[in-house]
Ligand binder design. Structure first.
Ligand code: FAD
Length: 475
């Protein structure tokens, strides 16, 4: 029995890992050079409290279940997950009415421990919040992650349990025998498969059409962000939301797990999905700053170290498209807009249970759910640092000065599968600090070239011929 998963974002990665719990050959196809280079690399990283979701929807059900699964998932897969809680801030009577509605809605779908607190109490917890705040909805189960950590960790664990990972492999066709899936055509050749899961993110509509399935219908909705330097300080202890708008949860101010402050996202419906959909714009960034300043007036955009945009795959009707289709063996986990990151573990679990029941799959008794993350030099005590350097002197050579990332960690990331500068960045945080790679990119590039046995001009930022250098100035 062979099952293929299309798309190595957080959803496809967790589905592939769940499939490895069964006695089945699992193939994960990703057209990009690495895991989590799609929607999963550019979002807020919030493990939502789910009170924004309407009762009776798949979004509400999988969000609540997914949120509850994150603590165990983070422990098994060894990625940082901080349950810091969230406040939805009300500025007037209409907002206060919205908080009451969100609280009732949340309680209806089983969100625990929601409470409405006064403006004074909010300012005691969040000293930088606007003096105009009148009240807030407190949701203690909200958490934060770096979203790519989840996908990378899930794929590493799945690989340890037998996954066949095909990076740089675009699925170009679904092979059918009548109304039954028998395989896929890819840019790297054909594969015979008994079932296929479509987890292709923004492209899930195109993949569905390859199988003759007309759902989901997607449209792109861009969100722009600013990331502030750690020097900005702790301007938010929890995730700060405004009252939601018609098409989004609003512009947030939140800390990241690495200790920066993130502002955004905007919500901009785009006419079509083009390669520049992830470009930021002056108007978008200005709107993100204005929204953030409403919550925390002291945020200073001059401390921005990075701006970026992510694109949501908005499904028509707003609902996730999960489950089997009219084509036998063709399953979908599509239309995964927010709260898709939160819902992903629950979606993966339920979809794979359904597939296992349909094909009467036996358990893989050897499945080991535990993965160990890379050593993080900056987090070690002086004694542990010394011990590591004694064992491997490359841990004594700092490459990224902003985040104190060593050559040893970069080499370890390459041995785990990083092939690009962004792949190193996501796995080690090298290049994620104040200078955004200004000092360390050249060093990372040479280490990648040396370890992979390629020329520096063949090393890319994120694959697809995205070169950083074109050749040598001197022979
Ligand atoms: C601005 C923004 C903010 C968000 N904030 C949050 C949040 O705070 N909390 C939350 O829970 N959710 C949030 N989300 C939603 C969350 O990011 C997504 O639900 C989730 O990342 C979707 O993951 P995915 O695996 O479905 O998609 P992706 O990560 O896009 O993965 C799909 C993969 O499929 C690959 N692919 C596509 N076509 C093919 C093909 N033909 N062959 C091979 N590979 C293919 C792509 O390259 C891609 O890597 C946000 C989204 C955005 C854009």
């Amino acid at each position: 029995m062979r099952i293929g998963v299309i798309g190595a974002g957080v959803v496809g990665a967790l589905i592939a890992r769940e499939l490895c719990r069964y006695d089945v050959e699992v193939h994960l196809f990703e057209r990009e050079a690495d895991v989590a280079f799609g929607v999963s690399k550019a979002n807020s990283g919030v493990i939502h409290g789910c009170f924004h979701e309407q009762p009776g929807t798949a979004r509400a059900r999988f969000c609540v279940e997914g949120n509850a699964m994150y603590a165990t998932l983070a422990q098994e897969l060894d990625f940082p997950f901080l349950r810091i809680g969230a406040h939805v801030v009300a500025f007037d009577a209409d907002d206060v009415a919205t908080l009451k509605r969100l609280k009732e809605q949340g309680e209806q779908i089983g969100v625990p421990d929601l409470a409405i607190i006064s403006g004074e109490e909010l300012r005691a917890r969040e000293p930088y919040v606007s003096p105009d705040a009148q009240a807030a909805l407190w949701s203690p189960t909200v958490g934060i992650v770096e979203p790519w950590d989840v996908a990378i960790a899930a794929v590493e664990n799945a690989r340890d349990n037998g996954l066949n990972l095909h990076l740089g492999t675009e699925v170009t066709g679904i092979v059918l025998d009548g109304e039954r899936v028998t395989g896929v055509q890819t840019s790297q050749g054909d594969y015979r498969l008994d079932a296929v899961v479509n987890a292709a993110g923004l492209y899930a509509d195109r993949v569905a059409r390859m199988a003759g399935v007309d759902r989901p219908v997607l449209h792109p909705r861009r969100g722009e962000y600013l990331l502030l330097d750690k020097q900005a300080g702790k301007m938010a202890n929890s995730v700060l939301f405004p009252a939601p708008t018609n098409n989004s949860k609003g512009i947030l101010v939140l800390p990241t797990v690495d200790g920066n402050i993130l502002l955004g996202p905007t919500a901009d419906d785009l006419p079509e999905l083009t390669p520049d959909a992830i470009a930021t714009s002056p108007t978008g960034l200005a709107a993100a700053v204005a929204g953030a300043k409403r919550l925390v007036p002291a945020v200073d955009p001059r401390l921005t170290i990075k701006t970026f945009a992510g694109v949501r795959p908005e499904p028509a009707g707003g609902e996730f498209v999960i489950g089997p289709t009219e084509v036998s063996g063709f399953y979908q986990a599509a239309g995964m807009r927010s709260p898709g990151l939160t819902a992903a573990p629950a979606v993966a679990h339920h979809l794979v249970e359904e597939i296992a029941a349909a094909f009467a799959l036996g358990r893989n008794e050897a499945f080991d759910p535990v993965r160990h993350g890379l050593p993080r030099f900056s987090a070690l005590s002086p004694r542990d640092r010394a011990a590591l350097i004694e064992k491997d002197p490359s841990y004594g050579r700092i490459v990224c000065r902003c985040n104190e990332v060593t050559e040893g960690e970069i080499v370890a990331a390459i041995r785990r599968g990083a092939r690009t500068v962004d792949g190193i960045k996501f796995r080690t945080r090298a290049g994620f600090g104040r200078c955004q790679g200004g000092f360390c990119t050249a060093r990372i590039l040479s280490i990648l070239a040396r370890e992979l046995g390629v020329r520096p001009e063949d090393v890319t930022a994120r694959g697809r011929g995205d070169s950083i250098v074109v050749g040598r100035v001197r022979p």
